[in-house]
Design a protein around this ligand. Structure first.
Ligand code: PMP
Length: 307
């Protein structure tokens, strides 16, 4: 989806004009993919832009960095403030937010430790990642021939830039084959997640999503949806799923900050349920879309206001 430029990007403590937010070609992360990032959304609320679970995203960013031994020169609170300042400075009612921690121009070679650790925060207006049609009527999924990382090859708990080569290959494969999105399995054959989203199935009224041990990122939308599902009285659990569980599910959907909550219409050409968004998916979607806009009292703390 094309980027609509905003005005200012936060780079190492300063807001710089969009077109001047540049890096050197010998930026370490550009070569070896050792960086960490987040994807966050700010929604329009009655009190101005509200960032959904901002602190939780920044804690995950700090943990991702810790896993890769990247020493972020800012505390979580400072990163939270940097995001708020960037959203406010760009005067957008709602936006997608992309904080990035990367290793800059310093030394070359596989040891990243001598390189300067740099941080940027960019924001821009962004619509539904898998399209409005996907949100409304569901998407067609294909199980990828690419596997999710083995946890001892790449740590699934980290949102590392280089790890996304795996996702990009799966995404391209699915799109070229005429599907909307890919589902990756773990090396052990369990369902892991999608290229940039967690996956859920609904079976016999139970809502199930795969664990980190199957290679899935611990999604913030995933944990929000688990809370919503439980609060709605559904049994919601983290558990291993086989690909056949996807084919025979009553309902299935995917979750992510960019994608939000998107029903799954089919997997490998097997229609899921009735081939349309099921009632539990619809209910969860409805509550999620209200919660992110600060319209559900119970989840008001999830929205962190910029001003
Ligand atoms: N899995 C992967 C691989 C992702 O990139 C994302 C997006 N960050 C997710 C799951 C969903 O995570 P979240 O709900 O925190 O955006």
């Amino acid at each position: 989806m094309p980027i609509t430029p905003s005005k200012l990007i936060w780079m190492d403590g300063e807001l710089v004009p969009w077109d001047e937010a540049r890096v050197h070609v010998l930026t370490h992360t550009l070569h070896y993919g050792c960086g960490v990032f987040e994807g966050i959304r700010a929604y329009e609320t009655s009190q101005g832009p509200g960032v959904f679970r901002l602190t939780d995203h920044m804690v995950r960013l700090a943990n991702s960095a810790k896993i890769f031994m990247i020493d972020v020169p800012y505390a979580v609170e400072e990163l939270v403030q940097a995001v708020k300042d960037t959203v406010a400075a760009n005067e957008l009612p709602s936006c997608y937010i992309r904080p990035l921690v990367y290793l800059g121009y310093g030394e070359m070679g596989l040891n990243p430790l001598p390189c300067p650790v740099q941080v940027s925060v960019a924001v821009w207006p962004w619509g539904a990642y898998l399209g409005d049609e996907g949100v409304a009527n569901g998407v067609r999924m294909k199980i990828s021939s690419w596997q999710r990382h083995d946890p001892n090859a790449m740590p699934p708990a980290a949102k590392g830039t280089g790890m996304y080569i795996n996702s990009s290959m799966a995404k391209v494969e699915a799109l070229k084959a005429g599907y909307d999105e890919a589902i990756l399995l773990s090396p052990q054959g369990y369902v892991s997640e999608c290229t940039g989203e967690n996956i859920f199935v609904v079976k016999g009224g139970r809502v199930i999503t795969p664990p980190v041990s199957a290679g899935a990122l611990e999604g913030i939308t995933q944990s929000s949806v688990m809370a919503i599902a439980r609060d709605e009285g559904f049994e919601a659990e983290v558990g291993n799923l086989l690909r056949s569980d996807l084919y025979t599910a009553d309902e299935a959907f995917l979750t992510g900050t960019a994608a939000e909550v998107v029903p799954i219409r089919s997997v490998d050409d097997r229609v899921v349920g009735k081939g349309e968004p099921g009632p539990i998916t619809r209910r969860i979607q409805e509550i999620y879309f209200a919660a992110v806009r600060g319209q559900v009292d119970r989840y008001k703390d999830w929205v962190e206001h910029v001003r």
